[in-house]
Design a protein around this ligand. Structure first.
Ligand SMILES: Cc1ncc(COP(=O)(O)O)c(C=O)c1O
Length: 411
């Protein structure tokens, strides 16, 4: 069982007086940052805020700290170090990828996108229609919001080059069977780009086992700094044309990140691995484990706690008047990101939640196409709560108490 007191002691936000009494349910927008990351960031700014890799000690240390991040996060994701790229955000990373992939394709080539995605893994691909690429849509079920892999294969032709889809939607939260989908695509010779942003905060995945070609997520939603990480498997990376300065062509880490890296934040991201190591050491003190096994242990620990908190919340929500849960009501098949259709006044509901010291918000959360395909108004959108492994039962109770009162009043 997870030791939430210990876990929360790793996050300074939980002991800051300004946040006392506030239940944080906006983790899908960005998680709190662990002290390991904050410490590394502070130390970098204090001691090594210089040009990394230059031939003097502070610069060597700066470069070493950055290198460490790539090595340790790659280990936790079970991929090669050179397959990890860190750019300013996932939206920027997908944009660069789309430009790079386009250079490989001919007019009339086809790609498949979904209407379940956040716009970051949708719009950049759809825009390629302007350059002669044919874009097809793998549609969600308009009632459940889920994607059905059985609908996918009919979209493949001998001109299909790429499929982009989410590991889990930031609204529907159903965990897509990524490995199965990637196998279907791989068998058809189609490259897969998976947006892992909404899932990664609930545990890192073994990206090799998922079988995708590209896996993206945002470190600021996984207890780290405001950067986007993408894994681009070697087989694909080697084909993609350089998107950086021409003289960076032979630099694997720079080819797909034209923005100069934010050195301090890249360095600080190794704190996520420190945090995972600390969590593992505390909960599995006797287990000597590889990073792959540690990742799996931590992932299960987090998921188990999340599911224990999520199922009673889903049960409560199903019995509440004036509220409809989007996505599955079985906690084991979804992430703890819960979007509710509360009608046209979702903003007012969010304000009232804040009056009850529950941090959450409303809107379409950049998944406008999905909201519309579910027959909802993009203007009012949904009321959304999201939590992670550091959330407590008491906080979920606080959410239910405040929401229950608002729902009764709205009746
Ligand atoms: C599911 C999902 N994908 C992509 C993104 C975009 O990430 P970034 O803010 O790093 O561009 C977000 C951001 O909220 C998201 O929730």
């Amino acid at each position: 069982m997870i030791d939430t007191d210990f876990i929360r002691s790793q996050f300074p936000a939980f002991s800051d007086p300004s946040l006392q009494g506030w239940a944080f349910f906006e983790n899908a927008g960005g998680s709190y940052t662990c002290s390991q990351v904050i410490d590394r960031l502070t130390q970098y700014y204090l001691k090594t805020k210089v040009q990394p890799y230059a031939p003097y000690p502070a610069a060597q240390s700066a470069g070493d700290q950055m290198d460490e991040t790539y090595v340790r996060l790659a280990e936790y994701l079970n991929v090669q170090t050179q397959e990890v790229h860190i750019g300013p955000s996932t939206s920027q990373n997908t944009y660069v990828l789309a430009q790079a992939f386009r250079q490989l394709w001919q007019e009339g080539d086809e790609i498949i996108v979904t209407n379940q995605d956040h716009e970051a893994n949708s719009g950049v691909w759809r825009k390629l229609t302007d350059t002669g690429i044919v874009v097809k849509q793998w549609q969600v079920n308009p009632i459940t919001g889920e994607l059905n892999p059985d609908d996918l294969t009919a979209l493949f032709t001998d001109r299909t080059r790429l499929l982009s889809f989410p590991h889990c939607s930031n609204i529907v939260a159903h965990i897509n069977p990524v490995a199965d989908i990637c196998k279907l695509a791989g068998d058809a010779g189609v490259v897969t780009v998976v947006d892992g942003v909404s899932y990664a905060g609930h545990g890192f995945s073994d990206v090799q086992a998922l079988g995708c070609d590209v896996y993206l997520f945002s470190l600021y939603k996984t207890f780290g700094p405001h950067q986007g990480l993408m894994v681009v498997r070697d087989s694909v990376r080697e084909q993609l044309p350089n998107q950086s300065h021409y003289f960076n062509n032979d630099e694997p880490r720079k080819r797909l990140v034209p923005a100069g890296p934010d050195h301090a934040q890249v360095a600080a991201a190794a704190g996520i691995a420190d945090y995972f190591d600390t969590v593992h050491q505390h909960h599995f003190p006797k287990v000597e484990a590889t990073s792959v096994a540690r990742r799996e242990n931590i992932h299960q620990l987090m998921r188990q706690h999340e599911i224990e908190l999520l199922q009673p919340l889903l049960d409560f929500l199903q019995n509440l008047n004036n509220v409809r849960v989007i996505g599955p009501t079985d906690a084991t098949v979804r992430a703890p990101t819960v979007a509710l259709d509360v009608g046209p006044d979702s903003q007012a509901w969010a304000r009232e939640m804040a009056n009850g010291k529950v941090m959450c918000s409303s809107g379409h959360f950049y998944s406008k196409r999905l909201i519309e395909s579910l027959g909802l108004s993009a203007e009012s959108g949904v009321l959304r709560f999201s939590f992670v492994h550091y959330t407590t039962e008491d906080e979920v109770q606080q959410l239910m108490d405040v929401l229950g009162t608002i729902a009764k009043r709205a009746a």
